[in-house]
Design a protein around this ligand. Structure first.
Ligand code: ADP
Length: 461
């Protein structure tokens, strides 16, 4: 074989996908990966004259979400691909010519809505076979291009006139969930605004309630607000959300519902009013009742929870009645509010997080406690994996979110011998675990929920 005739390429190169309208895209060349992939979103398949096509959008330039190219490709397969995190994902496979240097040949590419290692495109060994030689220590053997020069190949799609003005009300723009919500909104043509709760202030008056931001800017004409309020900001964050509601913005989660979801006892009372199953729970304030409460919830082993606790902190397992009594009395002497709950031993340290949007479970994951712990919280070293939930679990999760008045909720369910029981409801559920494991664009579904509700509201008006 004549090796010298082949082009040598490095671990990253600029290439083109001419039939997709992508003249310049920076690709990672990785012979360790079998298949090639393209980072795409808004992926929809359709049929035309008996052939299957897929329509998708892509941000061809890294770290630039303003430039969006819409592409259409011929689908040749659906394939299960295992991502670097080990999860299986079913992807569309399209066939399209690739141009590398002066050579053009057809390759198969899978479409996925996650970045491939920070690159918009990953070229695997199947696509490169027999065509080029790869020097894994080199980069851009066929010439470099600055990102801003590559941008000139594309036009910035004009902002969609039907786009909404959406405010994300939160504290930390660097959080995965917040970044994803901002990009999902922008991808759908909306004007996204990150509003830091702490830096907003309000003018509460009967005639013209207002919300102001940093340096005095008046926040007007906001169509919708996505509250992502951390527990320590509940009081002020909900007040700001409420103010936005009073000036006509649609709030993805109603501020009153967010407030009540933050109170564990209030949440359980609401669930119980709606007949939603939950572990037998007791609550009392005076130390005199300690042994009565223990008896009421069926005796040890039982779980004692601090009402103000989050992420599993302040959740204690007492194996004997004696231990339970000491722990309860200790908490009480610290004036801490607690609840006492039957211990669901058969759950074996597992619980299920159901992500509910607009009355539907859009994804669910199972969380399993680290060895030696009974609490499945990921912050405590628990691990998450894919899980299939039953129709009953689905129904209970949806009912629980509805009972709390939440359009978006993370409903934690535990599997007991008497069926599924709701442990807790989170009004700002994290997106990272659920998107990572289910490969679903959950942030996008939150934006679509806003679009749907505003359409409904406008029709009703
Ligand atoms: P937090 O709000 O701090 O996460 P949770 O009530 O969700 O508190 O409890 C944390 C974890 O402890 C749960 O995810 C679950 O794995 C475990 N757990 C909580 N309550 C019980 C219970 N009654 N029986 C068994 N395990 C429980």
């Amino acid at each position: 074989m004549d090796m010298s005739a082949k082009t040598i390429i490095g671990k990253e190169e600029w290439c083109g996908l001419p039939e997709l309208g992508l003249p310049a895209i920076k690709a990672r060349i990785d012979s360790g990966a079998k298949t090639s992939s393209l980072h795409a979103f808004n992926i929809h398949s359709f049929e035309e004259e008996g052939r299957k096509y897929v329509h998708f959008d892509i941000h061809p330039i890294q770290n630039n979400r303003k430039i969006i190219q819409s592409c259409r490709g011929l689908v040749v397969d659906r394939r299960d691909v295992r991502s670097s995190s080990g999860e299986k994902e079913r992807r569309h496979v399209i066939k399209t010519p690739v141009k590398i240097g002066e050579d053009v040949w057809e390759i198969e590419v899978t479409l996925t809505n996650r970045d491939a290692m920070g690159y918009r495109m990953l070229l695997g060994r199947e696509a490169m076979k027999g065509r080029v030689l790869i020097d894994p220590d080199a980069s851009f053997c066929l010439g470099t291009l600055e990102d801003r020069d590559a941008e000139k190949y594309y036009s910035v799609r004009p902002a969609d006139k039907s786009g909404l003005k959406i405010a994300l009300l939160a504290s930390n723009p660097a959080l995965y969930s917040n970044k994803r919500i901002m990009e999902a909104g922008e991808e759908r043509g909306h004007e996204m605004r990150f509003i830091n709760i702490r830096q907003s202030y309000m003018n509460i008056s009967a005639l013209s309630p207002e919300v102001h931001y940093r340096g005095g800017e008046l926040l007007e004409n906001i169509d919708a607000v996505i509250p992502r309020i951390k527990p320590s900001m509940t009081f002020y964050g909900c007040a700001v959300a409420r103010q936005f509601q009073s000036i006509g913005a649609f709030c993805l989660n109603d501020s009153t519902s967010v407030t009540s979801s933050r109170d564990k006892l209030r949440s359980l009372q609401l669930l119980s009013e709606h007949g939603i199953p939950m572990p037998t729970t007791g609550f009392a304030n005076s130390p005199v009742d300690t042994s009565e409460i223990i008896k009421m919830v069926g005796g040890a082993p039982l779980v004692i929870k601090l009402l103000e606790g989050t992420q599993g902190k302040g959740v204690v397992l007492a194996e004997t009645n004696k231990a339970a009594e000491s722990v309860i009395n200790a908490f009480k002497s610290l004036q801490a509010n607690i609840l006492v709950q039957e211990f669901i031993k058969e759950a074996q340290g597992k619980d299920i997080r159901c992500f509910v949007i607009d009355g539907k479970v859009v994804g669910s994951i199972q969380r399993e406690a680290a060895a030696g712990d009974f609490r499945a919280n990921l912050h405590l070293g628990g691990t998450a994996s894919a899980v299939k939930i039953t129709a009953e679990e689905r129904r209970i999760a949806v009912q629980a979110a509805k009972a709390m008045g939440l359009k978006v909720a993370g409903v934690d369910i535990i599997r007991s011998k008497d069926g599924p029981k709701v442990l807790e409801i989170n009004s700002s559920p994290g997106l990272e675990g659920i998107e990572d494991i289910t490969h679903k664009d959950v942030a996008g579904m939150m934006i679509e929920c806003i679009e749907r509700n505003l359409r409904r509201r406008r029709r009703a008006a």
